[in-house]
Design a protein around this ligand. Structure first.
Ligand code: FES
Length: 316
């Protein structure tokens, strides 16, 4: 969903241990003013002092929060974001935060919700579970980790009858996502956030479920960026046009052309670069738009998507 995103300076007011390599980071406004309301599934952008911008899911959604809390795992394969946060960021520092933005909204009216998380993918899923519990809605939560030390929110989840924790190392197998999906009632809504292999298994398992009942959040690129090039991108508002050559993304070309664009993850998972399409046929490569939204092509993520038509006209 396309929306203007506010930015605000916030202070890191607490860091709490959540699990092995995973901490909870709490941010509060400097002026103690009210924060933008939060929905489950939302994330915020952290503009880090090292120049990087990273997105992290909020772990609580109280509607009108006093603080934003995100769970961050120290990813050994990190491109610098999570390692910087774990190793350098200290309580008291002030950073600029953007959002919240929600690419993973919860249908609070579903007759039953099936929440599936892998690893740090628990953060938006736990947020959804808290909301559903508060509303008294029917749901179940399945959370897979490689070993028990990696389980976040252990005490809270142990006290939640709807939660089932799967430890790969103890079970000797991965979580059987297909069985969970096949065993659920037909009108259930499904949500999954986790590593790519889990999401791929989830997509296969839900292939026959009505698309509006299937929800997923990717935190790394779902598909390779479109670099086939050989199309013209016209920016209607600014009256500019550029030819995208083979080997470059649209974002590369627009940035080289000095166009001022909002972007962040550059891999189609955060939604920061979502842009209205006026005409043409985008080659969608993001992990955010649903199949129906891809078909309608009212918007596109210009960081990773390209064009199937020789000319693409954008509302920029
Ligand atoms: S910059 Fe994140 S989706 Fe494009």
């Amino acid at each position: 969903m396309l929306a203007d995103i506010m930015t605000v300076d916030m202070r890191l007011t607490a860091i709490r241990y959540a699990a092995q390599d995973t901490n909870l980071y709490e941010f509060r406004r400097l002026d103690a003013a009210a924060l933008a309301p939060v929905e489950p599934g939302s994330h915020i952008d952290l503009n880090l002092p090292n120049g990087m911008m990273r997105q992290y899911s909020l772990v609580t959604a109280d509607g009108d929060p006093a603080a934003y809390v995100v769970g961050i795992k120290r990813d050994r394969a990190s491109r610098g974001g999570s390692i910087f946060i774990h190793d350098q960021l200290r309580v008291g520092e002030v950073i600029t935060i953007g959002g919240p933005r929600n690419n993973f909204p919860l249908n609070e009216d579903a007759a039953h919700s099936v929440l599936i998380a892998g690893g740090i993918g628990i953060t938006p899923i736990w947020c959804m579970a808290q909301r559903l519990k508060k509303l008294g809605r029917s749901f179940e939560l399945h959370y897979a980790c490689r070993d028990r030390a990696e389980v976040a929110f252990q005490d809270e989840l142990s006290a939640l009858p709807e939660a089932h924790i799967h430890i790969d190392a103890e079970a000797g197998s991965f979580l059987d996502v297909a069985s969970i999906v096949n065993g659920a009632r037909k009108d259930a809504h499904f949500y999954c956030c986790g590593p790519l292999p889990m999401l791929e298994g989830y997509e296969k398992a839900t292939a026959d479920v009505a698309p509006d009942q299937v929800h997923a959040e990717y935190f790394s690129a779902k598909e390779a960026a479109a670099t086939d090039g050989n199309y013209v991108v016209e920016l209607r508002k600014s009256g500019l046009e550029f030819t995208v050559p083979e080997g470059k993304t649209m974002l590369d070309v627009l940035l080289e052309g000095g166009v001022d664009i909002m972007y962040s993850c550059q891999e189609g998972v955060c939604g920061a670069c979502e842009t209205v399409v006026i005409s043409g046929t985008p080659d969608h490569r993001d992990g955010i738009l649903t199949d129906k939204e891809r078909e309608e092509s009212k918007t596109m993520m210009i960081c990773c998507s390209g064009s199937k038509s020789p000319r693409l006209v954008l509302d920029l």
